[in-house]
Design a protein around this ligand. Structure first.
Ligand SMILES: [Zn+2]
Length: 481
């Protein structure tokens, strides 16, 4: 009932332009305004009224932690013109996210993705058409949404996430991830954590400066299952805190496959790994070859019959030998909608946001429990950092030697930059092709770059984490280093 009342009211508002009551020449702009008001009528309801869950956000808004949610027309204006959201990934989740955010009132969206469109994406990545195959996903998705939703500016970045630096990531209010790789999530998580600066309070405890915290919303899907997670870097449990949840992929022991197959996948793997090498010798088989797939399927069916196992189909065979988990369009839609909802709540503070993880298991029903991931106090990404004592007169070379000797670090070839919050970061020393630009820094004393308590961001190929926070504590000048 209420929704249709709203629609009627919207139509009544629209009448003056159609009746020609506005001055000539204003028609187009006025029509656009009315269209926009109609389009965002549902968002207006959330931003111009308060509710029992408003102000229940766990940490307040990031912009003004002390400012409560005040329903106002300005909230929508803020969404339309000022709030900036970064969408990472323009695949199955990314397409949904861009559409959802654009229709939730966000007017300034950036999207970053390094992939191009493949014909196999077209069934679910609905911003792409056949003519777009081969073009960058980010570019095509941005064009589509900008064209389709009036007044929304989507900027595309066709490159790896690692090509952008800290200063670039700092311009966003929220970063929402629609990724399929753990490595990319880990890198972004470490980047977001490295942007947080710490302040020492009266009791001497180091606390994150809220104004430097950029929340992450992480969506993920796998077949009929999915998750949504809200991470406040250095405040709530981060991706690195719970990295143990992603054990390296467990291979099925070959003896199980050979001797005691229990399911269809075991039969398929037997045909693929044991029978095929016998049948074809050293000649390597192409997993994408339909003839080979049919051969494996047929052999697997024979074996399945022998062990009274059901479920060997050609599609299952393709999935197993190519190690594919099917992408389900509806799972993407559900997870992306939940992610966009979190982004909206974080930016507007109009309702409490997720604390901090939601599991969706569509294969078993619609039950979607939430629970809180805890922080790991010794997390290398979101901890307050490793405090390293050093003389201010020591050279950068000596600092790197100290980093190599320290048992907590054991860095072999560190690259070092200074993190200074909103001012961005500057590189002190970098390995690789640009090394010569920074070589002159090596003999300069540390105090010529930074002051006591400075936070350094260190990366090193010897360490699995994308970066490590090191806090310098200057020793007295006359103390031995
Ligand atoms: Zn952490």
């Amino acid at each position: 009932g209420r929704a249709s009342d709203g629609a009627k009211r919207g139509r009544r508002h629209a009448r003056p332009t159609r009746g020609g009551l506005l001055p000539r020449g204003c028609g187009r702009a006025a029509k656009q305004m009315v269209e926009e008001r109609e389009r965002f009528a549902h968002i207006s309801k959330l931003t111009t009224r308060t509710g029992p869950l408003a102000n229940a956000g766990n940490y307040g808004t990031l912009f003004e932690p002390s400012l409560p949610f005040e329903p106002s027309e300005m909230v929508l204006t803020f969404l339309r013109s000022h709030a900036r959201v970064l969408v990472v990934g323009a695949g199955g989740l990314g397409c949904e996210l861009l559409k959802d955010l654009a229709l939730s009132g966000f007017g300034k969206i950036d999207v970053i993705d390094m992939d191009t469109i493949d014909v196999s994406n077209l069934n679910r990545q609905f911003l792409f058409r056949k003519a777009d195959v081969g073009r960058p996903k980010a570019t095509v998705a941005a064009e589509f949404v900008s064209r389709r939703v009036q007044g929304v500016e989507v900027q595309a970045h066709y490159c790896p996430i690692q090509d952008k630096d800290a200063t670039w990531y700092q311009q966003f209010q929220v970063i929402v991830m629609g990724l399929d790789s753990i490595e990319a999530r880990r890198w972004l998580n470490a980047m977001a954590c490295s942007l947080v600066t710490f302040e020492t309070d009266a009791s001497g405890e180091r606390k994150p400066d809220l104004s430097t915290v950029i929340p992450l919303v992480d969506g993920g899907t796998e077949g009929f299952s999915g998750h949504v997670r809200v991470i406040y870097p250095c405040i709530s449990g981060c991706f690195e805190c719970t990295i143990d949840l992603f054990p390296p992929q467990q291979a099925v022991p070959l003896c199980t496959i050979a001797e005691t197959p229990r399911n269809a996948a075991h039969c398929i793997l037997y045909a693929h790994l044991v029978e095929a090498p016998k049948a074809f010798g050293d000649e390597k088989q192409d997993k994408d070859d339909p003839q080979y797939q049919a051969w494996v399927c047929q052999r697997a069916q024979q074996r399945a019959m022998q062990f009274d196992i059901a479920g060997v189909t050609l599609m299952h065979t393709q999935g197993v030998i190519k190690n594919i988990i099917p992408a389900i369009a509806s799972t993407n839609a559900i997870v992306a909608a939940a992610c966009s909802n979190e982004v909206f709540k974080i930016v507007t503070n109009s309702a409490a946001y997720l604390n901090n993880n939601l599991m969706y298991m569509g294969g078993q029903g619609v039950y979607a429990p939430t629970f809180e991931y805890q922080r790991n106090p010794s997390c290398i990404a979101c901890g307050a950092g490793i405090v390293l004592g050093i003389s201010p007169r020591a050279s950068l070379t000596l600092l790197m030697e100290a980093m190599a000797d320290d048992p907590r670090l054991r860095l072999k070839s560190p690259s070092i930059r200074i993190e200074s919050g909103a001012l961005g970061s500057s590189t002190l020393y970098m390995r690789g092709p640009l090394e010569s630009h920074f070589r002159s820094n090596l003999e300069a004393s540390i105090s010529s770059f930074v002051s006591d308590g400075a936070q350094l961001i260190v990366t090193d190929p010897a360490v699995p984490s994308p970066c490590i926070k090191v806090v310098l504590e200057f020793t007295k000048a006359d103390e031995p280093m």
